[in-house]
Design a protein around this ligand. Structure first.
Ligand code: AP5
Ligand code: MG
Length: 198
């Protein structure tokens, strides 16, 4: 398979509130553009399921719908970037979620001669987010999907700590807002339109 040089790898940040469709769209983008995908939430849940020391240290934050500590999540991404240099690029789903994470991320990518190309935010009204997550929560097994109070806390944390990260990428001219309401294919089309412009 042909692999691009690292400087040519495309790095996409998929951004947006809990339940906005980051994971759903990431899986489709991976197929179309031959990208790797990392969801910090998935990595953390994997660590919790395997009961590693790292997982156990993050378990309570996740269950409450709060963010895990920056330093732990930044280490996860640094390891990921080190070990994924063999594709057309990467989709970062659910990372960065705070401004310190965004700043650390730039440094991590810079060490590998890479940078973020675009941040795509999926915008969905709050009530639809809650309904989507409650529906998924019936069989997702995710501790943070089962309880409406926890779901609403995740959305609150998003507004208080994460939404501001859009400004960081806006200042770099890399932020694009996407309407996240519609069919999965419609939304996928909107994302592809932006990526194809890069
Ligand atoms: P994470 O796993 O990232 O969860 P999240 O951001 O809360 O988002 P979700 O994964 O629930 O939703 P999604 O946007 O991926 O949507 P999905 O495609 O699944 O994080 C979990 C926790 O880990 C955080 O709360 C935090 O504690 C911790 N964490 C993670 N990253 C961190 C970081 N960087 N720093 C600190 N802590 C971190 O879709 C949702 C549902 O809607 C699905 O059922 C789907 O089928 C459905 N759906 C999708 N698209 C549509 C559509 N168009 N119409 C109708 N339904 C749809
Ligand atoms: Mg997800």
């Amino acid at each position: 398979m042909y692999h691009k040089k690292i400087e040519e790898m495309i790095n996409i940040v998929l951004f947006g509130a809990p339940g906005c469709g980051k994971g759903t769209q990431a899986h489709k983008l991976v197929e179309k553009y031959n990208l790797n995908h990392v969801s910090t939430g998935d990595v953390i849940r994997g660590e919790i399921n395997r009961q590693t020391e790292l997982g156990l240290s993050m378990k309570d934050y996740i269950a409450r719908g709060e963010l895990a500590p920056d330093s732990l999540v930044i280490d996860i991404i640094a390891d990921y970037v080190q070990s994924h240099r063999e594709s057309n690029g990467n989709i970062f789903d659910g990372f960065p979620r705070t401004t310190p994470q965004a700043e650390a991320f730039d440094k991590i990518l810079d060490k590998s001669a890479m940078s973020v190309d675009i941040m795509l935010e999926l915008v969905v009204p709050e009530e639809e987010l809650v309904q989507r997550i409650l529906l998924r929560g019936k069989d997702s097994g995710r501790a943070d999907d089962a309880d409406e109070g926890v779901i609403r806390n995740r959305i609150k944390v998003y507004h208080e700590q994460t939404a501001v990260v859009a400004d960081y990428y806006r200042a770099q001219g890399k932020y694009v807002k996407i309407d996240g309401v519609g069919t999965i294919d419609e939304i996928f089309g909107r994302l592809c339109e932006q990526i194809d412009r890069l």
